[in-house]
Design a protein. Sequence first.
Length: 342
Amino acid sequence: MIITKGFLLIVFISALLLASICIQKGNIPTVKASVQQGDLVISGNTVYTIEGRFDINGSIIVEENATLIFKNAVLNFTQAYAFQHNITLKNPAHGHPRLLVENVLDSSNRAYEMWFYGNSSVSISNFTTAAARLYMWNSSFASISNSAMYYIYPMHYSLVNMSNSVLSGEIIGTSNSRTYIYNSTINKLWYYYGNPRVWLVNSTSNIYDIRNQSEVYVCWYLNVHVRDSISQNVPSANATALYPNATVAESKLTDASGWAKLTLMEKMKNATGDYPVGNYTVLATYGVYNNTATLNMTGNQELTLALGFVIPEFPSFLIPPLFMIATLLAVIAYRKKRIDNK
């Protein structure tokens, strides 16, 4: 499936980000509420936490291997005019600068920019802002979830992962950036020069503006339910979706309730038009039993496939572990009998 490698990369980078924060050593000051006059500069290995209301008449700069954490906070840039101040992560040294935003309301009444350079990273969860513009550069990484944002600019080999969020402005992608968007809505998707790519999974945009070599992959969820001939759920059945050329798009085992969720592409969009995948063949198999159906992924769908057998009380996938347990008990009983006979 076209999204799998990107998704695994995102999970891997997110794990590294969290792990690096947990093991980072250095000063860990916490500011509960304050007014900052002038720039706030955080560097070295410092982990700096801000909670409560934070008013700042200046810029925020995070450098080297430092981490800035906004948590359960209200952020307010007191600017005389738009873009007077900014948040900038730059100059990595012996690590990379990080920004974590969790449960934060941005009350700034004028727009400001957030710049991410030099392999820096940002993790955003439950952030509401109409003022912040995110600019991602130089292989930087952003993870955004459950947030209401305005503008995001993935550029220059940056990676953005956004889920369960609303973007009321634009995503503007350029220069080999990669963007993965899950379960979200966007006002305008604008991808132009370079070779940027964006994956929309169960996500929509009101306006598409796709230029030059840009590509957008529109994907949806297919929930496959596998049942036996008397409508019992079949766990550990294999649910596989095949492209029209019979190559595998994605394959998963059903869970204990007989369901498997596949992520399948409806179409690719570029500057010349839309290119639909066409009909998928969906195959359910369990041992020697199988059933198929065809469908076109024009949105999220559910599919039920019935197999021509009655699932046994102990399904086949339980036989090997049950056999191992029985063998182990037999060995224990045999050894005990030998000891008793001595």
